[in-house]
Design a protein around this ligand. Structure first.
Ligand code: ASP
Length: 329
């Protein structure tokens, strides 16, 4: 088998002229000047906002099989949801072999299109032994980010991906990956699963929130992530409704700020992080709300939920191990 298989999913890198019709995987690889010997898997041709959990479950299964057969993997998709795909693959495809996820911010027909440079860098990462055992990597603008930290932070900049609170693991210089940092722990010790039928809601709170959206999601989802204020704060009247939901399904407390970790005991009044955690919410730690939703979904798919409730200690431990704390399982 070739040393690297490229999965193309669509996205800006395939959006010549901005048309709804996307280039084929072969056209994308040709336009990007990919080497002849890469294996192409023309997987989907969609804007990344259209990808579904079923698509990603299929992708993870194929990526796992490809890696097991001895090939490196590059996934090329739109940047809008790239960080979610990358983190999901990180949880579902634990492998020492590098898996690189990349895309482009500029269409292939625009001046300064970044697709060719990003694909070249991703191929370099996917085939470099120095990039083993780092989990799934997001590679754009010559930077190498751990999937768990990477975020799209700008609507148009080619340097849109950043790892708030952590920084990139390395860079690609003169075509060669240079790894400067390694994650302290894998995202998970064993591969998790993704059941596309499981539904996890994400509710972002805003000033003056009276909890109507919480009412709307209650009883309709198997899990909930709350993107709360600051380090994990909600309006006091929302504590009872949240505690009520947490008695039935897992509720993860994340921050809507975009950087930093949730706290546990700095504030203790009604609606504080201490109050919410004592009522059964699970702290997301440094995971942003979208990634917290991915982890919760994978845990629920992997047996952390059952007819009699959910395995709160296991869910709490899974989040804690990404928090860099000494007590994490
Ligand atoms: N940035 C978009 C994406 O993530 C662009 C598109 O519609 O292709 O796919």
């Amino acid at each position: 088998m070739s040393r690297v298989t490229v999965f193309t999913l669509g996205g800006t890198i395939s959006a010549r002229g901005g048309d709804a019709a996307r280039m084929t995987g072969r056209e994308v690889l040709t336009a990007l000047g990919a080497p002849e010997d890469v294996v192409l898997r023309d997987f989907r041709r969609v804007p990344s906002s259209t990808l579904t959990h079923a698509d990603l479950a299929d992708l993870a299964a194929e990526v796992r099989a490809t890696v097991a057969a001895g090939s490196g993997v590059v996934v090329v998709q739109g940047t809008d949801t790239l960080e979610e795909t990358a983190f999901l693959l990180d949880l579902l495809c634990t492998t020492e072999r590098p898996i690189a996820v990349t895309g482009a911010m500029r269409r292939p027909d625009l001046p300064g299109a970044d697709g060719p440079a990003n694909l070249a860098a991703a191929l370099a990462v996917a085939t470099d032994p120095a990039c083993r055992n780092l989990g799934v990597l997001v590679v754009l603008a010559d930077e190498i980010h751990a999937a768990r930290h990477a975020r799209k932070t700008h609507t148009t900049s080619v340097a849109t991906f950043a790892s708030p609170g952590a920084g990139p693991l390395g860079t690609v210089v003169e075509g060669e990956p240079r790894i400067l940092l390694r994650p302290a722990t894998p995202a998970t010790h064993r591969p998790l699963a993704l059941d596309p039928e499981i539904r996890v809601a994400l509710v972002t709170l805003s000033l003056g929130d009276r909890g109507e959206l919480l009412e709307a999601v209650d009883h309709r989802f198997q899990g909930l992530v709350v993107a709360a204020f600051g380090a994990g704060h909600v309006p006091a009247p929302l504590v009872e409704p949240l505690a009520g939901i947490a008695a039935r399904v897992p509720v993860v407390l994340a921050s809507r700020t975009g950087g930093g970790t949730t706290l546990s005991h700095t504030y203790r009044g009604p609606g504080s992080e201490h109050d919410l955690l004592s009522r059964g919410l699970v702290p997301a730690g440094p995971l942003d709300p979208a990634k917290a939703r991915i982890l919760l979904h994978a845990l629920l798919s992997d047996g952390a939920a059952g007819p009699t409730g959910y395995d709160r200690p296991r869910i709490t431990a899974a989040f804690a191990r990404l928090n860099g704390t000494r007590t994490a399982a």
